[in-house]
Design a binder for this molecule. Structure first.
Ligand code: ZN
Ligand code: ZN
Length: 234
């Protein structure tokens, strides 16, 4: 998964800009891109999240600082490769991403309490600790009865803001309907971009490719199966 997407990379830089209330010039953004594009995008994202979350840096992280954190995450990942177990909370990565809430300005990542998370450095906060400190909901609590929306609802009004919603999607493997809950405030556009990518979503809106709905997503059971087949988890 090399050759990272520049647009998606820019969206990470935007988050940093917003966290530090500063803007990157176009030249500087290009410089960051050129010097970080050898990492996987999700590694960069995680590295930036960590740095913004811990706020150890008083100013915008430099390329060197991001590289250092990203290398650390990449090495940690490599050493855990093929040893991860299936976990629906962290998808075998050991990290639980909590999407941004009002006032937090940035989404954060916490260590999962499963076997995958146990091999991550204890310097990062675990979800359990974050639950107590920030009042996050327990991971296994029953799904609240959020209203259900479909992709059609989202296309009809992409800018609509939801706070607590279940999105109806169709699994590309078993073609069954499944639901994905969103607990914090999110717009329809953000939900769909997350499932199909910004570019595909734009196409869908402009050209009406209804068959792209749900993108390449799998329901939980199929996702678990596929991960086993590929040897991602035992
Ligand atoms: Zn986990
Ligand atoms: Zn399925």
């Amino acid at each position: 998964m090399k050759n990272i997407n520049k647009l998606e990379f820019q969206s990470i830089l935007k988050k940093i800009e917003s966290a530090y209330d500063k803007e990157f010039s176009e030249e500087k953004a290009d410089l960051y891109f050129d010097n970080l594009k050898d990492f996987d995008l999700d590694v960069i994202r995680l590295a930036c999240r960590e740095m913004v979350r811990t706020r150890e840096l008083k100013s915008i992280p430099t390329i060197g600082e991001i590289r250092k954190e990203a290398s650390f995450i990449r090495n940690e990942r490599r050493s855990r490769q093929n040893k991860s177990v299936y976990c629906k909370h962290c998808s075998g990565t050991g990290w639980i991403i909590v999407e941004e809430k009002d006032g937090m300005k940035y989404s954060t990542a916490y260590r999962c309490d499963c076997k995958n998370g146990q091999s991550i450095s204890k310097d990062s906060m675990s979800y359990k600790e974050a639950m107590i400190k920030y009042g996050l909901p327990p991971l296994n609590q029953p799904e609240p009865s959020y209203p259900i929306i479909t992709a059609e609802d989202i296309i009809a009004d992409p800018g609509k803001v939801y706070s607590g919603v279940r999105v109806e999607l169709i699994c590309k493997n078993c073609h069954k309907i499944y639901y994905v809950p969103y607990h914090s405030r999110v717009t329809g556009r953000e939900i769909m971009e997350c499932y199909m990518g910004a570019e595909n979503f734009r196409k869908l809106i402009e050209e009406g490719y209804a068959e792209h709905l749900g993108g390449d997503n799998l329901c939980e059971l199929c996702y678990e199966d596929e991960g086993r087949k590929k040897g991602f988890w035992i």
